[in-house]
Design a protein around this ligand. Structure first.
Ligand code: ADP
Ligand code: MG
Length: 318
C-alpha cells in the first residue's frame, strides 16, 4: 500500500472540523489561525513499541494513547487543545493496523474537538510521535514552578491502576480483575476539564506520567521547595483495592506511571473553591500532602515513618 493511501485512511477517519484550520492535511504544511489574545501551548511526546506500551497492545489503544499522553500535557498546563500532528513510523504498510490505530486516535480527538492537521508517515520500527497545540489566556498557564511553602498537594482521580494492570498481567490475575485496570493503562482519559478549572487556583501542576514521586520531584525542583506525601491518603480505585493491598499497593500508587491524573498544589485558602469547581465538572480530587521548606519529595506511612521505594517511577537512560 502506498504512503498516500495510508495518509488518506488516517485523514478520512480523523474528521474533526475547526474554523481555525485554514489549510489542513494535503499541502506541504498546515495553516492555522490561533485565537487573538491567547497564548499558544505546544508539546510533543513519542511512544515506542515495547518501551511505552506492551507489544500486544491493541492498535485502537495505541492510537488513543498516543494522543492521550499529549493531551494530558496540555491538561497539566491548563490549556484547551485545538490541533494535532501525527508522525507515524510503521514496520509495514498494514491497512488493518492503520484503520484501527486511526479509529482509536479519532475517538479521543472527537471527544476533545482536536483537528489532525498534518504529520509524516515513514517506514521503520513502530514509533508514534504526536504534537499538540492548545490555548490559554495570557499568563494563565499552569506551571511546575509555582509551588510555595504552606501550599497543600492534591491529585485528581485515583492512582496506581495503570501500573497495577502490568503487575496483574505478570501475576496472571483473572481477566475479571484486570479489565478495569487494563482500561486505565490502554485508554487514559486526559484531565483537560480539570486542568482548565485549575487555572487561577492551582499554584503548580503536573500530569502523573512517570509516577507520582518522580513527577512531584520536578515540581519540587522547579519551585525550590520540598514536598511531603501521606501515603495513607492516596486515592485508590475499587479495582486496585480488589487486586493489591499493603505495601504493594502503596508502591504502585507512589511509583507507578501512566495514570495521567493531575498532581497540583494550591494555597489552603483556595482549596475549598478548587475542590468545589472540580466536583462541579465531575472530577474527584484528594489532598495528599503539603509543600515544605527544603527539597525533594518524601512519603510517609500512617504511623509517620518515611517510606522508601526501590523503584520510584520510571526514568529513561537511568
Ligand atoms: P511532504 O513530503 O511535503 O512532507 P508528505 O507526503 O509527508 O508531504 O505529507 C503529505 C500531507 O499529508 C501533508 O499535509 C502531511 O502533513 C500529511 N501527513 C503525512 N503523514 C501524516 C500522518 N501520519 N497523519 C496526518 N497527516 C499526515
Ligand atoms: Mg513529510
Amino acid at each position: 500500500m502506498a504512503e498516500f493511501d495510508l495518509i488518506e485512511r488516517i485523514r478520512s477517519r480523523c474528521d474533526v472540523a475547526r474554523n481555525d484550520v485554514r489549510l489542513g492535511i494535503g499541502d506541504d504544511a498546515a495553516i492555522l489561525a490561533p485565537p487573538p489574545g491567547h497564548e499558544l501551548v505546544v508539546c510533543t511526546d513519542t511512544l515506542v513499541a515495547g518501551v511505552h506500551f506492551p507489544l500486544e497492545t491493541p492498535a485502537e489503544a495505541i492510537g488513543w494513547k498516543a494522543l492521550a499522553v499529549n493531551l494530558s500535557d496540555l491538561a497539566a498546563m491548563g490549556a484547551t487543545p485545538a490541533w494535532a500532528l501525527l508522525a507515524l513510523t510503521l514496520p509495514e504498510a498494514d491497512a488493518n493496523f492503520v484503520d484501527r490505530f486511526a479509529a482509536g486516535f479519532a475517538a479521543l480527538a472527537a471527544q476533545h474537538h482536536v483537528a489532525l492537521v498534518g504529520g509524516d508517515t515513514t517506514s521503520g520500527p513502530l514509533t508514534i510521535t504526536v504534537t499538540v497545540h492548545g490555548f490559554v489566556p495570557p499568563g494563565q498557564a499552569l506551571r511546575r514552578d509555582g509551588a510555595r511553602v504552606g501550599d497543600q498537594v492534591f491529585v485528581t482521580g485515583t492512582l496506581g491502576d495503570a501500573a497495577a494492570a502490568l503487575a496483574a498481567r505478570r501475576r496472571q490475575l483473572p481477566p475479571s480483575q484486570r479489565e478495569a485496570l487494563d482500561a486505565r493503562l490502554d485508554r487514559p482519559e486526559p484531565r483537560l476539564a480539570a486542568g482548565a478549572a485549575l487555572r487561577g487556583l492551582a499554584s503548580a501542576c503536573i500530569d502523573v506520567s512517570d509516577g507520582l514521586l518522580a513527577d512531584l520531584r520536578h515540581v519540587a525542583a522547579r519551585s525550590g521547595v520540598g514536598i511531603e506525601i501521606d501515603a495513607a491518603a492516596l486515592p485508590a480505585s475499587p479495582a486496585l483495592l480488589g487486586a493489591f493491598d499493603g505495601d504493594e499497593r502503596i508502591a504502585l500508587q507512589l511509583g507507578g506511571g501512566d495514570d495521567y491524573e493531575l498532581a497540583f498544589t494550591a494555597a489552603p485558602a483556595l482549596a475549598g473553591d478548587l475542590l468545589r469547581d472540580l466536583a462541579r465538572i465531575g472530577c474527584g480530587a484528594t489532598r495528599i500532602g503539603r509543600v515544605v521548606d527544603g527539597e525533594g519529595v518524601r512519603a510517609f506511612d500512617a504511623a509517620g515513618a518515611a517510606i522508601t521505594l526501590t523503584h520510584a517511577g520510571w526514568e529513561h537512560f537511568a
